[in-house]
Design a protein around this ligand. Sequence first.
Ligand SMILES: Cc1cc2nc3c(=O)[nH]c(=O)nc-3n(C[C@H](O)[C@H](O)[C@H](O)COP(=O)(O)OP(=O)(O)OC[C@H]3O[C@@H](n4cnc5c(N)ncnc54)[C@H](O)[C@@H]3O)c2cc1C
Length: 401
Amino acid sequence: MQISTEQAQSIASKVESFVRNVVVPFEGDPRLGPHGPSEELVRDLRKLAREAGVMTPHVLADGSHLTQQQTAWVLKKSGLSLLGPVAVNTAAPDEGNMYLIGKVGTAAQKSRFLAPLARGEARSAFFMTEPAAEGGAGSDPSMMQTSAVKEGAEWIINGRKAFITGAVGAKVGIVMARTRREPRTAATMFLVELPHPAVRIERVLDTIDGAMPGGHAVVAIENLRVPADQVLGAPDEGFNYAQVRLSPARLSHCMRWHGAATRAQEVAAAYACARKAFGKALIDHEGVGFMLADNLIELKQSELMIDWCAGVLDGGSLGTVESSMTKVAVSESLFRVADRCVQVMGGTGVTRDTVVEQVFREIRAFRIYDGPTEVHKWSLAKKIKRDAAVIPASSAHPPEG
Ligand SMILES: Cc1cc2nc3c(=O)[nH]c(=O)nc-3n(C[C@H](O)[C@H](O)[C@H](O)COP(=O)(O)OP(=O)(O)OC[C@H]3O[C@@H](n4cnc5c(N)ncnc54)[C@H](O)[C@@H]3O)c2cc1C
């Protein structure tokens, strides 16, 4: 099912009004802790979202997904509050996990694992990264140590994972494990019902960010037995599916954080217009006005980059290169935006009296997950080198003399 631009924009404006009017007042709720909103707060927000008709707004009644460009309009609005994505079910990692199960899962897997996620009745977690101290998978997923071995009709998984967002409280897990070493390391994705006695939360990490329910956990997986029909897609294809998930998942982070940075800019602009120093409003001091102007420019540049990459994905491409470029540009740009918002607000900017301080912390973490900036640039440089190899020498070099 496809919907028109007008219909998609109307969904986006419904989400915006829900987030601004209903969700924002919950931002000071005591059920918001250092590891995200409590399960009870998530349930309450989702009940309100259902009543307002904005639950999982980027997935249509027949299960089809809005185009990526339409998704951008909706997810940017959901991001206007840090609680917005979790309230309307556009948050990471669920959004990316739903997308992947929708693309790769069997009909039975979709009804068992995807349906409760899409209804907003369950949360999920994606288990790929492993503890750095043990030399496990991080920037380089081929270093994966968690292994899965086939025994009869079951796979047995053992290993440790780290930074697993939302593992605490998740009902659905997508666990990646190495299933082959030679000739190249291959991994498989497994769907797992959680909580499970063989999937033990060791600790929840204390991190700079704090918007995602359940926080980010270190998890031990000990003799987890998974029936073969819970392999997501085909065995040994895990790294390929990670690519399927990664481009739209990366892009959806850009969308949500664009919404959050827009909100920070609104708060900083209001402060700069109301607050006076040296006889005039802060915004009338060029140094402050220019910071807000730079923000406006970078927000628009980020929006255009998101729209461009979304168009590439809508055209049927995996968009690996484009989503790398967009992730780097948008995460770095929105971080500068959030940093300027903090600066414009002086001491108030670093307090928790407004949302600006948390937006800054959240976007700092975004420069690392879904591929640190340097890893994307490194992979873009490899592409530049490949492309350079096929450019005829005569056109690559400037004429002499
Ligand atoms: C808040 C948060 C949530 C997360 N949620 C999840 C989750 O739900 N599931 C999951 O599986 N993982 C998750 N992660 C993990 C995340 O994907 C990894 O942190 C990321 O892939 C980097 O891996 P690493 O931390 O091991 O860094 P390392 O691999 O140790 O890299 C450290 C740094 O080295 C540099 N570097 C690495 N390779 C290169 C290169 N080729 N060229 C130049 N520089 C390089 C980069 O600057 C990088 O930041 C999350 C991380 C964070 C911070």
